[in-house]
Design a protein around this ligand. Sequence first.
Ligand code: AVJ
Length: 362
Amino acid sequence: MSQCDQKTQRVTLGDHLMATNPEEVKSLLGFKDSKRVIMIKAKKKKQRPDMCQSVCEGLRQIPQKELSSTYFYDEQGSKLYEEITRLPEYYPTRTERVILETIADELLSLIPIAQLIELGSGSSEKTRVLFNASHAHSFIYIPIDVSDTMLGASAQQLTTEYPDLNILAIAGDYENALHLLPPSSNRLFLFLGGTIGNFTQTFQAYFFTSLLKQMSHGDHLLIGFDRAAHDTKPPELIENAYNDAQGITAQFNLNILNHINRQLQANFVLEQFQHRAVYNPKQDQIEMHLVSQCNQAVTIGSDQQEENQTFHLAKDETILTELSRKFHPEQLQKSFEMLGYTHAKTWEDANRHFGLMLLKKR
Ligand code: AVJ
């Protein structure tokens, strides 16, 4: 039996409660005393394909080898991404923050938020804009992130900055974590940063259909999306955001190989790959690759292991590491309406570089 049966137990940060169903979480939500952070770990429902299997499958693919962009985010990768968000070329993060600052009061007056649920909260950097705007902090903040170290550290930091804020941090992937949310109304789900751009169209439809099922009447969803190139947004602006002068994005891209080397005892030589990111105007997406600088072979798995696998890369052959889709607001709105969402409002910055779309469950 999990520790959650002890209903009044408080946990210190770093400890995790395991919760397997919404009832257990609901009992945890009754906290009203001075301990304002509870951290739980979402138990895996489905076993995901393991990293080795996924990486090998991707490298076996013909004609285009690929690696899942989820493998960018080891500790070093998460740090590099944080650095990216502060780069002068990387407009999405700061533009999204400006929009949030502009609309915070309006948003909070539109929705009487009981729970603020953030999918992929990371360092909760932009969410602070909403905490700053809502003086009463009458809601519970529920950050969800796969990285439990990031989650713990940022929850800790938030309690010192906002002593009145109640936090229920859930470590786990979105699907497992969402199944833990106790039913409630007046919830605002946040999916910021343009992360929706990493979803394929198929996965987007699947993901937001299952989210809608979890939502109650009157719940809202706020999505941050990067806009496709248009009259006031040249494609070069988008391309430059992924080709910064300091080479941080290149490091971020190459780090995926480090992560695989370490996790799977692989032997990628980072110096033999080069970062490439191009904007594809037909598909409205950034396509990020690692380009092999020579003919080479890579082995996944240490020599002692029997099932180690070798992959060949020709000079100039590439591994696709990320697609970052960009959107036309009208099309995005339509795709959500087709899933059954109601469009409430879309906000943009003055240059129309980035957008926030508020959707609602009827
Ligand atoms: C985290 C998916 C929003 O696509 O802009 C940044 C990741 N990759 N630079 C993006 C990323 C290269 C980022 N998202």
